[in-house]
Design a binder for this molecule. Structure first.
Ligand code: NAD
Length: 283
């Protein structure tokens, strides 16, 4: 019987209960293209129980209700820039899930300057502050609230999603590049303190360009997607594979990984040029 179940799992690529008994909070599932959506589906398949959260304004689209139903989870609205909302989120999540949290996915990004097509050399500074607050400082706020409440179990894992524009210039990524640099710095700094004090780990996953609502907001995204595909020995990493990487980071298989920026990009970050790109320049 055991062999039969194992064979069925292999054939249908089903779950291995990697997150069985774990409780989580998943930020950022807006629609079924969202990376967070895929993470929620995979976490459910792997036996986790979790709360879904997003900005109250994003709830209006209503699609998150389908995900909640599918994954048997509850939704708690929270603006990730509000310490009050985050405190409520961690309080209620522990009540609903029946104990401390084991994993958190921070999958949040938004730039008013990108949305309103402001050039990087002509930024609106109020919007710039919002970009940094929503896309980066929200991670610090989440971690600080969780630590002050002692809401995350030892060996708990927090993962935030980022992009290589934190290290290298991608002109159309605009002020989001600065937000991602800050996000990765917060990951290292808070990861140090949370690790030493409570054995909680904090990492970022730096994902290939992916077609989602946030991703498509960057101008020239289609051309860029194709460039990146040609510059990656394995091709662009998709959102389901990103979700799989997140699951491994939430699991006990990666217990000693912390304060890292982990590239999930088909090799893009280590590639100078590829023959596919060179061929486009002719003989
Ligand atoms: N799509 C890509 O190409 C790509 C590549 C690398 C990294 N990422 C990162 O992945 C993460 C998820 O983005 P996505 O591509 O799945 O797009 P998405 O648009 O589906 O997700 C972004 C989410 O951020 C949420 N959000 C915005 N403001 C918020 C606030 N104040 N409080 C709480 N939530 C808020 C949105 O409601 C949305 O659910 C982002 O951090 C993004 O920068 C995306």
């Amino acid at each position: 019987m055991v062999i039969f179940i194992f064979a069925i799992k292999k054939i249908f690529n089903m779950a291995n209960e990697l997150l069985k008994g774990k409780r989580g909070i998943i930020f950022g599932a807006l629609n079924d293209m969202s990376i967070a959506w895929k993470v929620a589906e995979r976490a459910h398949e792997e036996g986790a129980e979790f709360v879904l959260t997003n900005a109250p304004i994003a709830m209006r689209m209503g699609e998150i209700n389908n995900l909640a139903e599918k994954t048997n989870s509850q939704i708690i609205p929270a603006d990730a820039t509000s310490v009050e909302d985050l405190t409520n989120l961690f309080t209620k999540s522990q009540e609903i899930l029946g104990g401390k949290i084991d994993f958190v996915l921070h999958s949040i990004g938004m730039s008013p300057n990108v949305r309103k097509k402001k050039h990087y050399t002509g930024l609106n500074y109020e919007w710039y502050k919002q970009t940094l607050d929503v896309s980066a400082m929200s991670l610090h706020k989440t971690l600080q609230v969780a630590k002050e409440m002692d809401a995350i179990n030892e060996w708990g894992s927090v993962v935030a999603l980022t992009y290589i524009a934190a290290q290298r210039i991608f002109p159309d990524y605009n002020d989001m590049a600065d937000a991602k640099s800050l996000l990765e710095s917060i990951t290292r700094s808070f990861g140090y303190h949370y690790g030493s004090d409570k054995k909680v780990r904090v990492n970022t996953i730096s994902q290939s360009p992916t077609i989602t609502t946030a991703g498509s907001g960057v101008s020239g995204f289609d051309k860029f997607l194709s460039y990146s595909e040609n510059m990656s020995p394995l091709g662009n990493a998709g959102s389901i594979d990103c979700a799989n990487y997140c699951i491994s980071m939430f699991s006990d298989l990666t217990k000693y990984v912390t304060m890292q920026n982990l590239f999930h990009d088909g090799g893009f970050s280590a590639t100078g040029v590829t023959t596919a790109v060179m061929d486009k320049f002719g003989e």
